[in-house]
Design a protein around this ligand. Structure first.
Ligand code: ITT
Length: 281
């Protein structure tokens, strides 16, 4: 059974990742936490890109796993995420966690509502973004999965579910993500999109789980989601991470979709990449 170390200190993320994997039938994949392994690390997230920070977190834990000679870890998985608001030129974006911490009472939702108080309904568009990195402590393979969930920012909070900015993020004119069941959130969320592809990759070596894509499409058709999200996948190797001979990922030969290079995924020598826009599938 593949074992994945989740390189995160955020309990909400960890819970969501477990739920997403369970919903996807991923019970034959074991998720472990740094705490369960007696590991503790909080690397500085110094990059201005989600991918950069996700990579910093994954690489830091890979280095620790190898330094402490922890055995049995097939992948280290990190998640960097945030909320982008068009009226704020994409802020807080990659800085969503510090934005929340700096807000009065740590209430990022209230701070965003206040910043956007004069922005009219039609101009409150935004998106949640999640970049998941899988890094192999064995051979330095690095895979990156990006999920995007578009929506708009509400004038007031609604709903008790989810965490962080969910109560102010409308996925349709009347519902925030925090008003969805966790199952419905995961079906459409940035993290659901990215994590499903990561799970697919761990299990099969294939990045796009088409059965899941079809499921999301049917939710879109049922009206649960107005604008479907976008998911991108890139696979590369970091020879410097773990010395060893090249081992090209198996799925590259099976790419079925147009290959593009979103800038968010730049910075590593990608062996192959696939971008799927759910709306078109
Ligand atoms: P780790 O780095 O330890 O994983 P973190 O909380 O520092 O945990 P990030 O740097 O990725 O994580 O910051 C993510 C920010 O975006 C944080 O403010 C979250 O509350 C917010 N966020 C992420 N995913 C979210 C989601 O699904 N719903 C609402 N807010 C979310």
């Amino acid at each position: 059974m593949p074992t994945i170390l989740v390189a995160s200190n955020n309990a909400h993320k960890l819970q969501e990742l477990r739920e997403i994997f369970d919903l996807a039938g991923g019970r034959n994949v074991r998720l472990v936490t740094p705490r369960e392994l007696g590991l503790s690390l909080e690397p500085d997230e110094t990059s201005d890109a989600y991918f950069g920070n996700a990579r910093i977190k994954a690489e830091a834990f890979v280095a620790l796993v190898n330094q402490k000679q922890v055995t049995g870890i097939d992948w280290v998985m990190s998640d960097d995420s945030g909320i982008e608001v068009d009226a704020l030129d994409g802020r807080p974006g990659v800085h969503s966690a510090p934005y929340q911490k700096a807000a009065p009472n740590g209430d990022g939702c209230a701070a965003l509502i206040a910043e956007l108080k004069d922005v009219p309904t039609g101009k409150r568009t935004g998106r949640f973004v999640c970049v998941i990195v899988l890094a192999s402590p064995r051979d330095g393979t690095l895979a990156v999965f990006e999920g995007v969930c578009p929506g708009t920012i509400a004038f007031a909070r609604a709903g008790q579910g989810g965490f962080g900015y969910d109560p102010i993020f409308l996925i349709n004119p009347t519902q925030t993500i925090a008003e969805l069941s966790s199952t419905d959130k995961h079906a459409i969320s940035h993290r659901g999109l990215a994590a499903r592809q990561a799970l697919s990759f761990v299990r099969t070596g294939e990045p796009l789980d088409m059965a899941y894509v079809q499921k999301v499409k049917s939710r879109v058709e049922a009206g649960l989601l107005k604008t479907p999200g976008v998911v991108s996948v890139g696979i590369g190797r970091l020879p410097a991470l773990v010395p060893g001979g090249p081992r090209p990922p198996a799925f590259v030969a099976g790419l079925k979709h147009p290959v593009t290079l979103p800038t968010a995924l730049g910075g590593i020598p990608l062996i192959g990449q696939v971008t799927g826009e759910l709306r078109r599938l």
